[in-house]
Design a protein around this ligand. Structure first.
Ligand code: UDX
Length: 432
Protein backbone atom coordinates (compact mmCIF):
# COMPACT_ATOMS: atom_id res chain seq x y z
CA UNK A 1 0.00 0.00 0.00
CA UNK A 2 1.04 3.60 -0.39
CA UNK A 3 1.09 5.63 2.80
CA UNK A 4 1.78 9.21 3.71
CA UNK A 5 2.77 10.17 7.26
CA UNK A 6 2.30 13.89 7.87
CA UNK A 7 4.69 14.92 10.62
CA UNK A 8 7.98 13.12 11.27
CA UNK A 9 7.97 13.51 15.05
CA UNK A 10 8.02 10.50 17.30
CA UNK A 11 4.72 8.97 16.20
CA UNK A 12 5.02 9.71 12.47
CA UNK A 13 8.60 8.60 12.10
CA UNK A 14 8.42 5.37 14.11
CA UNK A 15 5.11 4.35 12.51
CA UNK A 16 6.28 5.34 9.01
CA UNK A 17 9.53 3.41 9.31
CA UNK A 18 7.76 0.33 10.71
CA UNK A 19 5.03 0.42 8.05
CA UNK A 20 7.72 0.55 5.34
CA UNK A 21 9.36 -2.49 6.92
CA UNK A 22 6.08 -4.36 6.38
CA UNK A 23 6.53 -3.78 2.64
CA UNK A 24 4.53 -0.58 2.12
CA UNK A 25 5.79 2.50 0.32
CA UNK A 26 5.79 5.33 2.84
CA UNK A 27 6.13 9.05 2.23
CA UNK A 28 7.21 10.84 5.43
CA UNK A 29 6.44 14.54 5.14
CA UNK A 30 7.56 17.39 7.33
CA UNK A 31 7.74 21.13 6.78
CA UNK A 32 11.10 21.26 8.60
CA UNK A 33 13.56 21.09 5.70
CA UNK A 34 16.55 20.49 8.02
CA UNK A 35 14.87 17.44 9.50
CA UNK A 36 14.05 16.06 6.05
CA UNK A 37 17.61 16.69 4.83
CA UNK A 38 19.02 14.85 7.85
CA UNK A 39 16.62 11.95 7.40
CA UNK A 40 17.66 11.71 3.75
CA UNK A 41 21.22 11.30 5.00
CA UNK A 42 20.10 8.48 7.30
CA UNK A 43 20.36 10.61 10.46
CA UNK A 44 17.57 9.91 12.95
CA UNK A 45 16.56 13.00 14.97
CA UNK A 46 15.25 11.01 17.96
CA UNK A 47 16.88 8.46 20.24
CA UNK A 48 15.01 5.22 19.69
CA UNK A 49 16.81 1.86 19.87
CA UNK A 50 16.63 -0.06 16.57
CA UNK A 51 14.99 2.72 14.55
CA UNK A 52 18.05 3.80 12.55
CA UNK A 53 18.80 0.30 11.24
CA UNK A 54 15.23 -0.28 10.01
CA UNK A 55 15.11 3.21 8.52
CA UNK A 56 18.35 2.73 6.55
CA UNK A 57 17.31 -0.70 5.26
CA UNK A 58 13.97 0.54 3.91
CA UNK A 59 15.39 3.80 2.60
CA UNK A 60 17.88 1.81 0.51
CA UNK A 61 15.06 -0.30 -0.85
CA UNK A 62 13.24 2.93 -1.80
CA UNK A 63 10.24 2.12 0.35
CA UNK A 64 10.81 5.19 2.51
CA UNK A 65 10.71 8.66 1.03
CA UNK A 66 11.42 11.78 3.11
CA UNK A 67 10.06 14.98 1.62
CA UNK A 68 8.69 18.45 2.35
CA UNK A 69 6.38 18.15 -0.68
CA UNK A 70 2.98 17.47 0.90
CA UNK A 71 1.18 17.73 -2.42
CA UNK A 72 3.24 15.01 -4.07
CA UNK A 73 3.22 12.74 -1.01
CA UNK A 74 -0.57 12.94 -0.57
CA UNK A 75 -1.31 12.58 -4.30
CA UNK A 76 0.82 9.42 -4.46
CA UNK A 77 -0.71 7.78 -1.37
CA UNK A 78 -3.92 5.95 -0.50
CA UNK A 79 -3.71 6.29 3.27
CA UNK A 80 -2.91 9.67 4.84
CA UNK A 81 -1.85 9.56 8.50
CA UNK A 82 -1.96 12.82 10.46
CA UNK A 83 0.88 12.56 12.97
CA UNK A 84 1.49 16.17 13.98
CA UNK A 85 1.85 17.29 17.60
CA UNK A 86 -1.04 18.20 19.91
CA UNK A 87 0.83 20.02 22.70
CA UNK A 88 -0.87 21.64 25.69
CA UNK A 89 -2.06 25.18 24.88
CA UNK A 90 -0.29 27.94 26.79
CA UNK A 91 -1.91 28.72 30.18
CA UNK A 92 -4.56 26.03 29.73
CA UNK A 93 -5.11 22.29 29.96
CA UNK A 94 -6.49 21.85 26.47
CA UNK A 95 -4.74 20.18 23.56
CA UNK A 96 -3.71 22.64 20.87
CA UNK A 97 -5.20 21.34 17.62
CA UNK A 98 -3.92 24.05 15.30
CA UNK A 99 -1.41 21.74 13.58
CA UNK A 100 -4.07 19.06 13.01
CA UNK A 101 -6.60 21.52 11.53
CA UNK A 102 -3.90 23.17 9.48
CA UNK A 103 -3.17 19.81 7.84
CA UNK A 104 -6.91 19.25 7.21
CA UNK A 105 -7.14 22.62 5.42
CA UNK A 106 -4.18 21.69 3.21
CA UNK A 107 -5.64 18.26 2.42
CA UNK A 108 -8.83 19.94 1.27
CA UNK A 109 -6.90 21.53 -1.60
CA UNK A 110 -5.00 18.39 -2.60
CA UNK A 111 -7.29 15.36 -2.45
CA UNK A 112 -9.10 14.55 -5.70
CA UNK A 113 -9.56 10.79 -5.48
CA UNK A 114 -10.56 8.40 -2.69
CA UNK A 115 -8.22 8.42 0.30
CA UNK A 116 -8.47 7.47 3.95
CA UNK A 117 -7.40 10.23 6.33
CA UNK A 118 -6.31 8.78 9.66
CA UNK A 119 -5.50 10.65 12.86
CA UNK A 120 -2.63 9.03 14.74
CA UNK A 121 -2.01 12.20 16.71
CA UNK A 122 -3.63 12.07 20.17
CA UNK A 123 -6.76 14.17 19.70
CA UNK A 124 -9.71 14.95 22.01
CA UNK A 125 -12.94 13.10 21.38
CA UNK A 126 -14.94 14.76 18.54
CA UNK A 127 -11.83 16.08 16.76
CA UNK A 128 -12.54 13.67 13.88
CA UNK A 129 -15.97 15.29 13.54
CA UNK A 130 -14.30 18.70 13.26
CA UNK A 131 -11.86 17.44 10.63
CA UNK A 132 -14.86 16.05 8.75
CA UNK A 133 -16.48 19.50 8.88
CA UNK A 134 -13.36 21.02 7.29
CA UNK A 135 -13.32 18.31 4.64
CA UNK A 136 -17.08 18.07 4.17
CA UNK A 137 -16.98 18.71 0.40
CA UNK A 138 -14.66 15.73 -0.06
CA UNK A 139 -16.77 13.64 2.32
CA UNK A 140 -19.95 14.46 0.40
CA UNK A 141 -18.26 13.46 -2.84
CA UNK A 142 -17.22 10.17 -1.11
CA UNK A 143 -13.55 11.01 -1.73
CA UNK A 144 -12.52 10.42 1.88
CA UNK A 145 -13.15 8.52 5.07
CA UNK A 146 -11.83 10.00 8.29
CA UNK A 147 -10.61 7.43 10.79
CA UNK A 148 -9.04 7.51 14.26
CA UNK A 149 -6.16 5.10 14.85
CA UNK A 150 -4.40 6.05 18.09
CA UNK A 151 -0.87 4.82 18.79
CA UNK A 152 0.32 3.28 22.02
CA UNK A 153 4.08 3.30 21.42
CA UNK A 154 6.34 3.76 24.43
CA UNK A 155 9.54 5.70 23.92
CA UNK A 156 12.52 3.37 24.06
CA UNK A 157 10.29 0.35 23.25
CA UNK A 158 8.53 1.79 20.23
CA UNK A 159 9.66 -0.73 17.61
CA UNK A 160 8.66 -3.69 19.76
CA UNK A 161 5.36 -1.99 20.64
CA UNK A 162 4.68 -1.44 16.94
CA UNK A 163 5.41 -5.04 15.93
CA UNK A 164 3.74 -6.68 18.95
CA UNK A 165 0.95 -4.31 19.97
CA UNK A 166 -1.51 -5.37 22.67
CA UNK A 167 -4.24 -4.05 20.38
CA UNK A 168 -4.87 -2.11 17.20
CA UNK A 169 -7.76 0.34 17.49
CA UNK A 170 -9.55 1.53 14.36
CA UNK A 171 -12.28 4.10 14.86
CA UNK A 172 -14.58 4.27 11.85
CA UNK A 173 -18.05 3.24 10.75
CA UNK A 174 -16.92 2.97 7.12
CA UNK A 175 -16.76 -0.71 6.11
CA UNK A 176 -14.49 0.18 3.21
CA UNK A 177 -11.95 2.06 5.36
CA UNK A 178 -12.04 -0.65 8.02
CA UNK A 179 -11.33 -3.38 5.45
CA UNK A 180 -8.35 -1.51 4.02
CA UNK A 181 -6.89 -0.71 7.45
CA UNK A 182 -7.35 -4.29 8.60
CA UNK A 183 -5.30 -5.50 5.66
CA UNK A 184 -2.62 -2.87 6.39
CA UNK A 185 -2.31 -4.16 9.97
CA UNK A 186 -2.79 -7.85 9.10
CA UNK A 187 0.94 -8.75 9.26
CA UNK A 188 1.09 -7.62 12.88
CA UNK A 189 -2.38 -8.50 14.12
CA UNK A 190 -1.75 -12.07 12.99
CA UNK A 191 0.83 -12.32 15.77
CA UNK A 192 -0.67 -11.57 19.18
CA UNK A 193 -2.74 -8.47 19.21
CA UNK A 194 -6.45 -7.83 18.96
CA UNK A 195 -7.91 -5.73 16.20
CA UNK A 196 -10.77 -3.60 17.39
CA UNK A 197 -13.11 -1.68 15.14
CA UNK A 198 -15.07 0.89 17.08
CA UNK A 199 -16.59 4.32 16.52
CA UNK A 200 -14.24 7.18 15.68
CA UNK A 201 -15.12 8.99 18.90
CA UNK A 202 -14.62 5.76 20.82
CA UNK A 203 -11.11 5.34 19.43
CA UNK A 204 -10.25 8.94 20.29
CA UNK A 205 -11.39 8.43 23.87
CA UNK A 206 -9.67 5.03 24.27
CA UNK A 207 -6.33 6.78 23.89
CA UNK A 208 -6.92 9.37 26.62
CA UNK A 209 -8.61 6.85 28.90
CA UNK A 210 -5.66 4.43 28.54
CA UNK A 211 -2.98 7.01 29.26
CA UNK A 212 -4.92 8.52 32.15
CA UNK A 213 -5.56 5.09 33.65
CA UNK A 214 -1.85 4.19 33.48
CA UNK A 215 -0.99 7.55 35.07
CA UNK A 216 -3.56 6.77 37.79
CA UNK A 217 -1.95 3.39 38.44
CA UNK A 218 1.47 5.02 38.88
CA UNK A 219 0.13 7.79 41.13
CA UNK A 220 -1.78 5.22 43.16
CA UNK A 221 1.31 3.12 43.88
CA UNK A 222 3.31 6.30 44.57
CA UNK A 223 0.83 7.27 47.27
CA UNK A 224 0.88 3.73 48.68
CA UNK A 225 4.69 4.13 48.75
CA UNK A 226 4.27 7.24 50.91
CA UNK A 227 2.21 5.19 53.34
CA UNK A 228 4.79 2.35 53.25
CA UNK A 229 7.46 4.81 54.38
CA UNK A 230 5.40 5.67 57.45
CA UNK A 231 4.60 2.06 58.29
CA UNK A 232 7.88 0.28 57.56
CA UNK A 233 6.54 -1.76 54.67
CA UNK A 234 8.37 -2.35 51.36
CA UNK A 235 6.25 -1.01 48.46
CA UNK A 236 7.84 -3.59 46.14
CA UNK A 237 6.12 -6.32 48.19
CA UNK A 238 2.84 -4.45 47.94
CA UNK A 239 3.21 -4.06 44.12
CA UNK A 240 3.96 -7.75 43.81
CA UNK A 241 1.07 -8.76 46.03
CA UNK A 242 -1.36 -6.47 44.23
CA UNK A 243 -0.08 -7.22 40.74
CA UNK A 244 -0.60 -10.97 41.02
CA UNK A 245 -4.33 -10.28 41.11
CA UNK A 246 -5.05 -10.53 37.40
CA UNK A 247 -7.78 -7.93 37.68
CA UNK A 248 -5.06 -5.46 38.71
CA UNK A 249 -2.05 -6.68 36.72
CA UNK A 250 1.59 -6.26 37.64
CA UNK A 251 2.66 -3.57 35.16
CA UNK A 252 2.89 0.16 35.89
CA UNK A 253 3.02 -0.46 39.60
CA UNK A 254 6.61 0.66 40.11
CA UNK A 255 6.80 3.47 42.63
CA UNK A 256 9.21 6.27 41.81
CA UNK A 257 9.41 10.00 41.20
CA UNK A 258 6.53 11.83 39.51
CA UNK A 259 5.71 10.40 36.08
CA UNK A 260 6.84 12.48 33.11
CA UNK A 261 7.27 12.33 29.36
CA UNK A 262 5.48 13.72 26.37
CA UNK A 263 2.19 11.91 26.97
CA UNK A 264 0.97 11.26 30.52
CA UNK A 265 1.22 14.84 31.87
CA UNK A 266 -0.24 16.36 28.67
CA UNK A 267 -2.98 13.78 28.18
CA UNK A 268 -4.23 13.74 31.79
CA UNK A 269 -4.53 17.54 31.67
CA UNK A 270 -6.31 17.36 28.33
CA UNK A 271 -8.78 14.75 29.61
CA UNK A 272 -9.76 17.10 32.45
CA UNK A 273 -10.29 19.82 29.86
CA UNK A 274 -12.32 17.53 27.59
CA UNK A 275 -14.47 16.60 30.62
CA UNK A 276 -15.08 20.27 31.31
CA UNK A 277 -16.11 20.90 27.70
CA UNK A 278 -18.62 18.06 27.94
CA UNK A 279 -19.78 19.03 31.46
CA UNK A 280 -18.27 15.93 33.09
CA UNK A 281 -16.18 16.17 36.23
CA UNK A 282 -13.07 14.00 35.81
CA UNK A 283 -12.42 14.06 39.55
CA UNK A 284 -10.10 11.03 39.62
CA UNK A 285 -7.87 12.35 36.85
CA UNK A 286 -7.79 15.76 38.58
CA UNK A 287 -6.53 14.07 41.75
CA UNK A 288 -3.89 12.21 39.74
CA UNK A 289 -2.59 15.43 38.21
CA UNK A 290 -2.46 17.05 41.67
CA UNK A 291 -0.88 14.01 43.27
CA UNK A 292 1.80 13.89 40.58
CA UNK A 293 2.71 17.56 40.88
CA UNK A 294 2.83 17.49 44.69
CA UNK A 295 5.12 14.48 44.40
CA UNK A 296 7.82 16.72 42.95
CA UNK A 297 7.81 18.82 46.16
CA UNK A 298 7.56 15.73 48.32
CA UNK A 299 10.73 14.21 46.85
CA UNK A 300 12.58 17.51 47.17
CA UNK A 301 11.61 17.48 50.86
CA UNK A 302 12.83 13.92 51.16
CA UNK A 303 16.23 14.82 49.67
CA UNK A 304 16.44 17.77 52.06
CA UNK A 305 15.79 15.55 55.03
CA UNK A 306 18.35 12.96 53.80
CA UNK A 307 20.86 15.83 53.78
CA UNK A 308 19.72 16.93 57.27
CA UNK A 309 18.47 20.21 55.77
CA UNK A 310 22.04 21.42 55.26
CA UNK A 311 22.12 22.03 51.53
CA UNK A 312 24.73 24.69 50.88
CA UNK A 313 27.74 23.27 48.98
CA UNK A 314 26.48 19.71 49.37
CA UNK A 315 27.66 17.60 46.45
CA UNK A 316 24.78 15.80 44.77
CA UNK A 317 25.35 13.38 41.87
CA UNK A 318 22.37 12.54 39.64
CA UNK A 319 22.53 9.25 37.75
CA UNK A 320 20.06 9.57 34.89
CA UNK A 321 17.95 12.65 34.29
CA UNK A 322 15.61 11.63 31.46
CA UNK A 323 11.96 10.86 32.30
CA UNK A 324 12.66 7.16 31.71
CA UNK A 325 15.51 5.02 30.33
CA UNK A 326 16.32 4.39 26.65
CA UNK A 327 15.27 7.84 25.54
CA UNK A 328 16.98 11.23 25.42
CA UNK A 329 13.63 12.91 26.07
CA UNK A 330 13.56 15.42 28.92
CA UNK A 331 9.94 16.49 28.55
CA UNK A 332 8.36 16.82 32.01
CA UNK A 333 11.25 14.85 33.57
CA UNK A 334 11.06 15.02 37.36
CA UNK A 335 14.82 15.73 37.45
CA UNK A 336 14.17 19.25 36.11
CA UNK A 337 12.37 20.75 39.13
CA UNK A 338 14.71 18.88 41.49
CA UNK A 339 17.95 20.02 39.89
CA UNK A 340 16.68 23.59 39.52
CA UNK A 341 15.76 23.68 43.21
CA UNK A 342 19.09 22.33 44.46
CA UNK A 343 20.98 24.59 42.06
CA UNK A 344 19.24 27.60 43.66
CA UNK A 345 20.14 26.31 47.10
CA UNK A 346 23.82 26.29 46.09
CA UNK A 347 24.28 22.55 46.13
CA UNK A 348 27.04 21.40 43.77
CA UNK A 349 25.40 19.09 41.28
CA UNK A 350 27.03 16.69 38.86
CA UNK A 351 24.98 14.47 36.60
CA UNK A 352 25.53 11.70 34.11
CA UNK A 353 22.97 10.41 31.65
CA UNK A 354 23.76 7.78 28.96
CA UNK A 355 21.84 9.92 26.44
CA UNK A 356 24.22 12.84 26.96
CA UNK A 357 24.30 16.40 28.26
CA UNK A 358 21.02 18.29 28.53
CA UNK A 359 20.24 21.84 27.40
CA UNK A 360 17.90 22.20 30.38
CA UNK A 361 20.89 22.34 32.75
CA UNK A 362 23.58 23.94 30.58
CA UNK A 363 23.34 27.42 32.06
CA UNK A 364 22.83 26.53 35.71
CA UNK A 365 25.84 27.76 37.65
CA UNK A 366 26.03 24.88 40.13
CA UNK A 367 25.35 22.06 37.65
CA UNK A 368 27.96 20.15 35.65
CA UNK A 369 27.70 17.24 33.23
CA UNK A 370 30.06 14.29 33.65
CA UNK A 371 30.49 11.76 30.89
CA UNK A 372 30.39 8.69 33.09
CA UNK A 373 29.08 7.48 36.44
CA UNK A 374 32.44 7.51 38.24
CA UNK A 375 33.20 11.11 37.29
CA UNK A 376 29.73 12.17 38.40
CA UNK A 377 29.89 10.33 41.72
CA UNK A 378 33.50 10.31 42.91
CA UNK A 379 33.11 13.29 45.22
CA UNK A 380 29.41 13.00 46.07
CA UNK A 381 27.76 13.42 49.46
CA UNK A 382 24.56 12.07 47.96
CA UNK A 383 23.96 9.97 44.84
CA UNK A 384 20.45 10.24 43.45
CA UNK A 385 19.62 7.38 41.14
CA UNK A 386 16.92 9.11 39.15
CA UNK A 387 16.45 7.05 35.94
CA UNK A 388 16.73 3.27 35.76
CA UNK A 389 19.11 2.95 32.79
CA UNK A 390 20.74 -0.52 32.66
CA UNK A 391 24.12 1.20 33.17
CA UNK A 392 23.09 1.94 36.77
CA UNK A 393 21.86 -1.49 37.78
CA UNK A 394 25.16 -3.08 38.88
CA UNK A 395 27.08 -0.21 40.40
CA UNK A 396 29.75 -0.70 43.02
CA UNK A 397 29.10 2.45 45.05
CA UNK A 398 32.09 1.87 47.31
CA UNK A 399 34.34 2.03 44.25
CA UNK A 400 32.50 4.96 42.67
CA UNK A 401 32.80 7.34 45.61
CA UNK A 402 36.10 8.34 47.11
CA UNK A 403 34.78 9.03 50.58
CA UNK A 404 33.20 6.97 53.32
CA UNK A 405 30.08 8.69 54.48
CA UNK A 406 28.14 9.22 51.26
CA UNK A 407 24.44 8.44 50.92
CA UNK A 408 22.42 6.85 48.11
CA UNK A 409 18.83 7.79 47.25
CA UNK A 410 17.60 5.13 44.85
CA UNK A 411 14.43 6.65 43.38
CA UNK A 412 13.76 3.52 41.29
CA UNK A 413 14.25 0.91 44.03
CA UNK A 414 16.87 -0.98 42.02
CA UNK A 415 19.13 -1.98 44.91
CA UNK A 416 18.41 -4.16 47.92
CA UNK A 417 18.24 -2.18 51.18
CA UNK A 418 19.63 -5.13 53.18
CA UNK A 419 22.62 -5.58 50.84
CA UNK A 420 23.29 -1.85 51.09
CA UNK A 421 23.14 -2.09 54.88
CA UNK A 422 25.67 -4.94 54.79
CA UNK A 423 27.98 -2.71 52.73
CA UNK A 424 27.48 -0.04 55.36
CA UNK A 425 26.05 2.37 52.81
CA UNK A 426 23.38 4.83 53.95
CA UNK A 427 20.67 3.87 51.54
CA UNK A 428 17.22 5.38 50.94
CA UNK A 429 14.61 4.11 48.50
CA UNK A 430 11.04 4.96 47.67
CA UNK A 431 8.35 3.43 49.89
CA UNK A 432 10.66 1.11 51.80
C1 UDX B 1 3.29 6.38 27.33
C2 UDX B 1 2.35 5.18 27.15
O1 UDX B 1 2.86 4.06 27.87
C3 UDX B 1 2.18 4.86 25.68
O2 UDX B 1 1.27 3.79 25.53
C4 UDX B 1 1.63 6.12 25.02
O3 UDX B 1 1.31 5.94 23.70
C5 UDX B 1 2.63 7.26 25.19
O4 UDX B 1 2.81 7.48 26.59
P1 UDX B 1 5.93 6.81 27.37
O5 UDX B 1 5.58 8.25 27.66
O6 UDX B 1 6.95 6.51 26.35
O7 UDX B 1 4.61 6.01 26.92
O8 UDX B 1 6.44 6.21 28.75
P2 UDX B 1 5.98 5.12 29.81
O9 UDX B 1 6.85 3.94 29.72
O10 UDX B 1 4.54 4.90 29.76
O11 UDX B 1 6.35 5.90 31.18
C6 UDX B 1 5.79 7.17 31.49
C7 UDX B 1 6.27 7.66 32.84
O12 UDX B 1 5.76 6.83 33.88
C8 UDX B 1 7.79 7.65 33.02
O13 UDX B 1 8.19 8.83 33.69
C9 UDX B 1 8.04 6.42 33.85
O14 UDX B 1 9.21 6.50 34.62
C10 UDX B 1 6.81 6.40 34.75
N1 UDX B 1 6.48 5.07 35.28
C11 UDX B 1 6.07 4.07 34.44
C12 UDX B 1 6.55 4.84 36.65
O15 UDX B 1 6.93 5.73 37.43
N2 UDX B 1 6.20 3.61 37.13
C13 UDX B 1 5.78 2.61 36.32
O16 UDX B 1 5.46 1.53 36.84
C14 UDX B 1 5.72 2.84 34.93
Amino acid sequence: MKLCMIGTGYVGLVSGVCFSDLGNTVYCVDNDINKINSLNKGLVPIYEPGLEEILKKNYKQKRLIFTTDLNKAVSNSDLIFICVGTPTKKNSNSADLKYVFNVAHKLKKIINKYKIVITKSTVPVTTGDKIEQILKNLKNKKLIDIVSNPEFLREGEAIRDFIYPDRVIIGTDSKKANKILKSLYMPIIKKTSRYINTSRRGAELIKYASNSFLATKISFINEIANLCEQTDVDVKDVSLGMGLDQRIGDRFLRAGPSYGGSCFPKDTRALIDIGQKFKTNMSIVKSVVNSNSSRQLLLIEKVKSILNHKLRNKKIAFLGVTFKPNTDDMREASSIPMINYFNKKNCKITYYDPSGEKDEFRNLKNVKYSNNSSKACHNADLIILHTEWNDFKLLNFRKLVKKNNFKVFDMRNIYSPSKMRKLNIKYFGIGR
